[in-house]
Design a protein around this ligand. Sequence first.
Ligand SMILES: *Cc1c(COP(=O)(O)O)cnc(C)c1O
Length: 386
Amino acid sequence: MSEFKSTDKEYIAGTYNRFDVQLVSGKGSKVKDINGKEYIDMGSGIGVTAFGFADDEWNSAVCDQINKLQHTSNLYYTKPSAKLAELLCKKTGMSKVFFGNSGAEANECAIKVARKWAAENKGVDCYKIITLENSFHGRTITTLAATGQSHYHELFNPLTDGFIHAPANDLLALEKMLEENNVAAVMFECIQGEGGVIALDDEYIKGIEALAKKYNFLIIVDEVQTGNGRTGKLYAYMNFGIKPNIVSTAKGLGGGLPIGAVLLDDKVGDVLGFGDHGSTYGANPVCSAAALTIINRLTDDFLAEVKQKSDYIFSEFESAKGVESVSGMGLMVGIKTQKPAGDVVKDAMEKGVLCLTAKDKVRLLPALNIPFEDLKTAVQIIKSCL
Ligand SMILES: *Cc1c(COP(=O)(O)O)cnc(C)c1O
């Protein structure tokens, strides 16, 4: 039951298919609906509330900053965004950061950097960006063009020119495209999230890096969903031993406030100059203060715990009845169930666990700090729904 269901349906554009549940408050990985029913949250607002609801450290950083200064515009210096950019660069070895407000906006910036770099270094005819089939990069006209799933494109044409889609895990097909096109960048998710929680092959990702040396293109990794500790490393590319030129991220970065970031290595760190790009809300001090509490806590010890929780989830579901396969990495898990995934998610919700779907899979993206007790309870409840 949701008291605002009819108001929502009447006044909010119908882009979402909501569950008939109205959430009102949460603490940690538990959240309550309007009837007082409590759920264990295994979705974290699609990988956003990285440290759960009303996390003490996050809350106090956000409240402190909000009481001082909620916004300044980018005409002035502020401490939280400078500290956050420094922290992100120190932890990744990248050179520069651009801040925006969402994943799509981060990818837009990544694409602009690639185009300008290519125009200056390879000529203005070099603007093509190769992305992968079944990828997801966002909902703006340009990031839709980057997204390699045609069902998102229908009725929104013409999209931004210059994107071609390669089959994933096929280095020969990729090299053929590189020979036939003037390519500025190859852009991919190390684990395709919306596409069904599918990790790319280790060999393929390393192969892209080898091809980048041969054909002189940039590597853009879309870490909007996989980033910020989600896979058990700070960024998912770190699991594959590559060094991308550009990393885009958002979702979990702000722990529940809208912030996106583009990390640029030394090859492209100075591509964007004065007037080339901007975002009114970008580098917002409250969102930056929130993100500092997330990134600061992603230590090796903490990430080792993420891996332990991941191992628990994988071993429980790999041996469970009614499961065809388990995919993903860290606390980004896709479960192919014999029953339709939507039925499992509905059933779990009735029993007090919130889950997500991705394509035909049940998708789990719990808070990175979910207590083991809550995780165990949630996993056993989901198993009882299979
Ligand atoms: C969610 C997502 C996006 C889009 O992020 P928004 O914040 O919704 O714009 C882009 N890329 C990937 C991989 C995502 O998972």
